[in-house]
Design a protein around this ligand. Structure first.
Ligand SMILES: [Zn+2]
Length: 107
């Protein structure tokens, strides 16, 4: 993927519409790419900053953006754990089925 594609993902990122895989790739690229980080900052400023100006609230751009990034990492961590849990539960179900079939043969 090139920077253009990542920059097209920015609105989805800001609206929390990226799935786990996309979010992970996106965050990985943003951290290492200056121009995409800049683009994210600009779009974030346009989306959130203008809202804050209308509300008349104080707005610290770099701090706010940091919060957004931290929340995104937290979401990523939570979703990854959920996926692991779901996988674990599926494995458990499979084991139960195997045990049930084995018992049916034994009994
Ligand atoms: Zn880039």
């Amino acid at each position: 993927m090139d920077c253009k594609e990542f920059q097209r993902m920015i609105p989805g990122f800001l609206d929390d519409e990226l799935d786990v895989r996309a979010l992970e790739i996106f965050l990985g690229h943003i951290e290492s790419c200056k121009s995409c980080k800049e683009e994210l900052t600009i779009q974030f400023l346009v989306e959130t900053g203008t809202q804050s100006l209308e509300d008349g609230t104080n707005f610290n751009l770099s701090h706010e953006l940091e919060l957004v990034m931290n929340r995104a990492y937290q979401r990523l961590g939570t979703r990854k754990r959920l996926i692991k849990t779901a996988f674990f539960l599926q494995v458990l179900v499979v084991i139960e089925i195997v045990v049930a079939i084995a018992l049916a043969f034994i009994l």
